[in-house]
Design a protein around this ligand. Sequence first.
Ligand SMILES: NC(=O)c1ccc[n+]([C@@H]2O[C@H](COP(=O)([O-])OP(=O)(O)OC[C@H]3O[C@@H](n4cnc5c(N)ncnc54)[C@H](O)[C@@H]3O)[C@@H](O)[C@H]2O)c1
Ligand SMILES: CC(C)=CCC/C(C)=C/C=C/C(C)=C/C=C/C(C)=C/C=C/C=C(C)/C=C/C=C(C)/C=C/C=C(\C)CCC=C(C)C
Length: 504
Amino acid sequence: MTAAIAAPAYDAIVIGSGIGGLVTATQLAAKGAKVLVLERYLIPGGSAGWFERQGYRFDVGASMIFGFGDRGTTNLLTRALADVGQALETIPDPVQIHYHLPNQLDLKVHRDYEAFLQELIAQFPQEAEGIRRFYDECWQVFNCLNAMPLLSLEEPKYLFNVFLQHPLACLGLVKYLPQNVGDIARRYIRNPDLLKFIDMECYCWSVVPATMTPMINAGMVFSDRHYGGINYPKGGVGRIAEKLVAGLEAKGSSIRYKARVTRILTEKGRAIGVELADGEKLYAKRIISNATRWNTFGELLPPQQEPAQEQRWQQRYRQSPSFLSLHLGVKADLLPAGTECHHILLENWDELEVEQGTIFVSIPTLLDPSLAPPDRHIIHTFTPSWLGEWDNLSPSEYRDRKAAAAAKLIQRLEAIFPGLSSAIDYQEVGTPRTHRRFLGRQNGTYGPIPRRKLAGLLGMPFNRTAIPGLYCVGDSTFPGQGLNAVAFSGYACGHRVAADLGLV
Ligand SMILES: NC(=O)c1ccc[n+]([C@@H]2O[C@H](COP(=O)([O-])OP(=O)(O)OC[C@H]3O[C@@H](n4cnc5c(N)ncnc54)[C@H](O)[C@@H]3O)[C@@H](O)[C@H]2O)c1
Ligand SMILES: CC(C)=CCC/C(C)=C/C=C/C(C)=C/C=C/C(C)=C/C=C/C=C(C)/C=C/C=C(C)/C=C/C=C(\C)CCC=C(C)C
C-alpha cells in the first residue's frame, strides 16, 4: 500500500461523470495525463444523462443547450469535444423559449436578436429604449468573454497573458463580476410587468430572480442564445457525455461505472486517493470531485476536515430546490405545425418562485424525431419542488402524490396543449427523490443559489479547495449551473490541475 501511495497509478481521479467532470477529465487526458473517472451510476452524464422506455429516449434534465456554437470562444461544448477528436451533429432551435405568462404576456425569444427585441417592444412600446439598452449591455459582457480563451482564473500566468492580449475585455469583466442583473435592468426599465418578465428570464435558468442573478451569467445566456444559438444534439443530450467518454478513452484514459466513491483518502491533510463502496482504494496525484460541495465536504470527508472556507461558502449559498419531472410520450397530432421546442408557463406572478409554480416544457422530438417512435412526441415537463414535499411517505402515499402532481401539471398544460390528457401514450414521473437517487445530489438539488443578494459572481469558489490535492468542479464552482457553465468549470479545473502537474 505504501508503494501505491508513493507512486500513484493515476495523475488524476475524477469523482463523477457529469459534464463538469468529463470536461475536466478530457482536458487533462488531451494534455497527456492519465485520468480515471469513477461514476456511481451505469452511464455517464449526470444531469445530462438519459433513459429509455418503450421506444422513447428521454433526457434526464438538461435540454436547452448553450455552448454548441461554431465561432468565438464561448462555444465550450463544441470545443471540449473537438479537443479530444470528437464532434456532434446539432440541430438549431429557431426559438429559445415560448413564454406563456400572466396578463396574456405571450412572447417568443427568437434566435434572431432583432426579431426578439421587436416582439418584446411590441408588448412594451413605452420601454423600447430601455429594452434595447438593457439587452445591449448584456452583449457587452458576452463580447468580453467571447474575445478571449476561457481558462483558469486561478492560474496567474494565464491571467497575465490574457490581460496583456485583451486588456479592455478583462477590465469589462472585472467591472461586471460583482454586479447582478436586477440592478442593471432597473437602470433602464420602469414598467413593473417588464421587470417581472426580466425576473422570469433569469429565474428559468438561475432559479432566483434578477436581483440575485449574476450579470456575467446573464451576459452569457441572454446573448449566446442569439450568437451561437440553442442547438440540440442529434440523438439526445446523452450523446454529449457518450462522445466525451469516447474521446477520453481514445486519449488512453478510462472511466469505471458502478464505482461509488464513499471516502476521499487524505494523508497529512493532503488528498491522495479515494475509497469505493466495495472497499477498493485507488490513488492519484490529484483528486477532483464533480459531486456537489455539500456531498464532497459533507459526505466524502470526515466532518472535522471541513475547511472554514466551506463553512463560509455555505453561509453565502444554499441548496436550490430540486425538480418534479413529468416525462410524457404523446400522439404527434396533438402538436400543431410550428409549435416551439421549449415553453415556460406561469399563470400568476405571485407564484414565480413557489414550489410547483413555474412550469418548464421541452419537446425535443420537434427537433429530433428519432427520439420517439413514429407519430409520437416527447413532452418533458418540470417544475421546482423540494425534497421535503416527497420524503417520509409510505410507498402508497408516494405513488398517490406523484399521480396527483402529474394530473395537476397535465391539467395546467392543457392551456397550451389543448387535448393533452387524451393524447398520452406513456407517462413517467420523477421527483426530488429520483434526482437524489440517480444523481447522488443532496436533496436532489439543482445547485447552489445565493442566500441573499451577493456581489454577483465574486462569492463563487474556483476549483482549488483548502485541502491540498483536492479540487471541485461542476455547478457548485464558478460560474454555477448550466451545461456551458460547468463546461467552463471543467476547462478551468483541467487547466489548473495540468499546471499543478507540470503539464502546461
Ligand atoms: N440546460 C438545462 O436544461 C439543464 C437542466 C438541468 C440541469 N442542467 C445542468 O446540468 C449541470 C450538472 O453538471 P455537473 O457536472 O455539475 O454535475 P452532475 O450532477 O450532472 O454530475 C455529477 C455526477 O457525479 C456522479 N457522482 C456523484 N457522487 C458520486 C460519488 N460519490 N462517486 C461516484 N460518482 C458520483 C453522479 O452520479 C453524476 O453522474 C447543472 O449545472 C445543471 O445546471 C441543465
Ligand atoms: C486579469 C484581470 C485584471 C481580470 C480578469 C477578469 C477575467 C478574465 C474574468 C473572466 C471571467 C470569466 C471567464 C467568466 C466566465 C463565465 C462563464 C463561462 C459563464 C457561463 C455561464 C453560463 C450559464 C449561466 C448558462 C446557464 C444555462 C442554464 C442554467 C440553462 C438552464 C435551463 C433550464 C433549466 C431551463 C429549461 C427551460 C425550458 C425547458 C423552457
